[in-house]
Write a protein that binds this ligand. Sequence first.
Ligand code: ARG
Length: 266
Amino acid sequence: MAPSRHFLMCRPEYFAVEYAINPWMDPQAGADAATAVRQWEGLRAAYEELGHRVSLIDPIDGLPDMVFAANGALVVGGRVYGARFANVERAAEGPAYLSWFTGNGYEPALAATHTNEGEGDFLTLDEVILAGTGFRTSVAAHQEAQEFLGRPVVTLRLVDPCYYHLDTALFPIDGRNVAYFPEAFSPGSQEVLRRMFPDAVLASAQDAAVLGLNAVSDGENVVINQEAADLALELKRRGLNVIPVDLSELRKAGGGPKCCTLEIRS
Ligand code: ARG
């Protein structure tokens, strides 16, 4: 069995699509909190069946995107780099997540000076942290995180508004390799990814469009949106155990399994 992970999640009791801060969101389309909760419970159960530990932060009425816990912070080596949201609609989530961490004894916990959306744009590998910019997280935050965490941070530029967070276009398969959708990145960043990960899994536009890259892998098991068929096949071919989940309701806000999951790395 893969070593147990510790995840922070937020039940989507107040989930809704009330504003549009990414191209997936259509406030007219209608999103249902009860359906979102049911699907989210499936994700949580999948983690617990894999032996991972799930902690919960209380949802806050009026913060419909708070279910997307990945955005709340970046935690590496027990150090908590707090989020500072790009959009005013989500601004209150930053302090809410930070106070969960301080309230639960995590330190040091830093309230960031620079705009960053936590693990939405920071993905941690064994030797480096990959960091997205272009839509939400600033390059200054990449530097701030590097200084605070003492890990090398590699900036990657996102160019497609549908893939506004790094975790919508790339996921670590394990500590050394990734899967990604090349077209979501600038030409220079595509070249960086090719050099760093010659053996990466490259995803198709179809798999990216169902947020198939918003997956969570523990190195053996990959929890992934059920619609990402070709990507699932390729992961299986590489010996990974694929666990499909249905998060279609949360996709209406532009989120998938990874968005709902903040990893607490001790
Ligand atoms: N509606 C949310 C936003 O636009 C979705 C966040 C998804 N989270 C993620 N880690 N990609 O901010």
